[in-house]
Each structure stands twice: as structure tokens, then as C-alpha cells.
Design a protein around this ligand. Structure first.
Ligand code: ADE
Length: 275
């Protein structure tokens, strides 16, 4: 059966099954739920590319106080999210360690830094992603050992909880699902794709506060524009993100472009230089 859902001016997913089901296990769904109702995420859901479900961890508490966290054994600061409560919430979300298309991700400053390559990998290989959003000092380690496939961080700073990082990841993955963003080319030229930042962009007016749009963009020569943009991507990456630039240069040395695509560096064709 084909999906009948189609938003304004956009493509609909080709099957009735969403490409990726995102589940957020959280004590504070209200923190992020609205983020998935508007703009590209809202449309992705309307068109059947993704679903976003928010599971209240507290609904799986066992006692009449609906306890979700307890002080740590051995003493210490803060509270720890209970393994048994989380486990039941995870099972309700369809958690399953033996199915590689179902990924359980714990958001944590101790996790691996999230990068575009992972967003792309998940957008292609995941059917269901379950985000576990902690909100206290920690999560009982036995839940992590039993249920979590990977711990992911969005940067070297500590937030009050995993909800915002989970929303960041879901956004980054959803926009890479084929069909979600109208113009696929805009994705292949994104920052980080191919190890480079994005080129600068301009729109009307042609002159703003005395500064003109670069002449090359007004000439209509798409080959030349492409070359200029690539040169700009390289230059920006070298200046703004020397760490990324180093990685890019390394990949060029290790895997040079096929001979047919290589250009001889010449005065006439300076943009093809790697620098
Ligand atoms: N939870 C708190 N801080 C975080 C971070 N930097 N990344 C992911 N999850 C977090």
C-alpha cells in the first residue's frame, strides 16, 4: 500500500511504513515535542518519511509515587535513573538488541561526538532509533549494558538533560532521508559533506551596503561557478576549521581523484589546486 500522506509542495514517502521511527524516552516530552511539528521535521512526518514518538518514562514506574530515580548505591551526589523502569519503557518502544536496524542511543556527555557521517549512516541503515534522554546525574549502568547500542554526545559541555541533544540528532538524521529535503543537491554540498564546509551564498539585492555579489555568480557559467564554489569550500575549511582541513588533505593524499577527474594545476585553472 502506498502512503497517501503528502504535504504542500513536497514528495511523499513511497511506502506506508515510515523510513525511520524515532522514539524519545524522556521524563520531559514537553521540552522537545513541538520541535517536530513545524517546518521540515513536521513535513517529514506528514509525508510519511519519519515518525516521532515521545514515551513518558514515568508511565513505567512501579510504585504509587511513580518513582523513576533513586540515590546511587555507595553514596554520592544526585539521583540515578532506575534500570527496571527504563527497561520497561524501552521494551514498550520496541527495543531489541538483536535487530541491527533498531538502534538504542543514550545521550550523554561521555558519548562519542556526533558527526555528519553518523547522521548519514543512520539515515540509511536505521528503521527505528530509540533515544534515551537522561535528566539526572546518571543512568543505572545495567540498563546501559543491556539495552544501549551507543552513547552519543553533541559536544564537550554538559546540558541539563538528553532531550535537546536527542532533538539535534533526530533533525540531522531526518533531513538526510532521501526525499525529505526538496533539493538533494543542497545536501551533497552541505557543510561536512566530503570533509569540507559549505561555500558562501548570496541573494538579492545585488549590492548591499556597498558590497557586490561576486561577479562569477552573475555570469551564468555553471562549470565556473562550481569550480569557484569548490575553491571557496576549501579555503573556508582551511581558515575556519584547520582540524577538518587536515583530515580532508589526508584523504586526498590517501585516495587521489581518478585520473579522468584530476586536473593539472595551471595558472589558467588555479581553483583546482588543493590549497
Ligand atoms: N546530556 C548532557 N549533556 C550532553 C551532551 N553534551 N551531549 C549529549 N547528551 C548530553
Amino acid at each position: 500500500m502506498k502512503s497517501s500522506s503528502k504535504g504542500e509542495g513536497g514528495q511523499a514517502a513511497q511506502s506506508s511504513t515510515p523510513r525511520i521511527q524515532f522514539h524519545f524516552l524522556t521524563l520531559f516530552p514537553e521540552l522537545i515535542q513541538p520541535l517536530f511539528k513545524a517546518s521540515i521535521m513536521g513535513k517529514a512526518q506528514e509525508r510519511g518519511f519519519a515518525t516521532f514518538e515521545f514515551i513518558q518514562i514515568r508511565d513505567f514506574a512501579h510504585d504509587r509515587h511513580r518513582t523513576t530515580d533513586e540515590p546511587p548505591y555507595g553514596g554520592g551526589e544526585g539521583m540515578v535513573l532506575k534500570a527496571d523502569v527504563l527497561f520497561e519503557a524501552w521494551k514498550a518502544a520496541g527495543g531489541n538488541r538483536s535487530d541491527p536496524s533498531i538502534r538504542t542511543v543514550l545521550l550523554s556527555p561521555q558519548g562519542q561526538p556526533f558527526q555528519q557521517a553518523k547522521a548519514r549512516d543512520w539515515s540509511q541503515s536505521a528503521r527505528k532509533i530509540i533515544f534515551v534522554c537522561g535528566h539526572y546525574e546518571g543512568v543505572d549502568e545495567r540498563f546501559i549494558d543491556l539495552c544501549v547500542d551507543e552513547e552519543v554526545s553533541i559536544g564537550d559541555y554538559v546540558l541539563t538533560g538528553g532531550e535537546l541533544p536527542a532533538a539535534v540528532l533526530a533533525d540531522a538524521v531526518t533531513r538526510l532521508i532521501p526525499g525529505v529535503v526538496g533539493n538533494e543537491r543542497s545536501i551533497t554540498e552541505d557543510s561536512f559533506e566530503g570533509g569540507l564546509l559549505k561555500y558562501p551564498q548570496y541573494t538579492r539585492p545585488r549590492v548591499f551596503e556597498g558590497t557586490e555579489v561576486p561577479a562569477i555568480l552573475m555570469g551564468g557559467n555553471h562549470k565556473k561557478i562550481g569550480e569557484w564554489r569548490l575553491a571557496q569550500r576549501k579555503e573556508r575549511t582551511r581558515l575556519k576549521r584547520p582540524d577538518l582541513w587536515e583530515g580532508f588533505v589526508r584523504t586526498q593524499v590517501e585516495a587521489p581523484a581518478p585520473a579522468s577527474k584530476r586536473r593539472v594545476k595551471s595558472k589558467k585553472n588555479p581553483v583546482q589546486s588543493s590549497g
